[in-house]
Design a protein around this ligand. Sequence first.
Ligand code: ZN
Length: 205
Amino acid sequence: MSDMIASAQPDDTTHALTPERLGEAKALLRYETSIVAEVERLRAEAAKVRASGIREAAAFVDNDDICGCGGCDTCQPRKMAADLRRMAEEIAPSRIPLVVSRFDVAMEPAPEEPPVLTIGAVAEDGTPVALLLDLETRAKVGGWLAPAAVEYGIAVTDAESSAAVVTNTTSVRAEAVRSLAHVRTGYPTARLVYRTVGAWTETTS
Ligand SMILES: [Zn+2]
């Protein structure tokens, strides 16, 4: 009985994972990983070359005519150039940001459509760009683009809590300056402060 168990043991001498074998396996794995990485790098390189050829073709057929009919001798090649550029982007996305320097048109959505404003623009390389802005984004962007309203106030430091309290708020600077002179008679350290205030915007609840 004990002889049978002994003969069923695996042959340790040929399959044992010795430190040398483990080292060999790790080295092989590293080698394989580096080959895979190299293949990936070459593939990306080839895609870049192909995309750059397509971008050259796009530049060759493109023109900077501003006609928007869509079907004439200048509109058609421009459309073709845009298609080629899209194709190049699919093959190898350009990491360089697309510089959009020409505003084209802003399209309000129809009442039955989702409230998304479309801003049509043209990139420096001629690629047409459509920027879609929903209500919330429009409010944010609007806040940056439109000059914000300024609110002035008089900051006085509360003697007990030593916290600054702002009083006499107004949007008129001259008024705030007048208030300051008045408040300073009682609080010599009162100072003029201001903050920017954005418009109220309705948002989804
Ligand atoms: Zn045209």
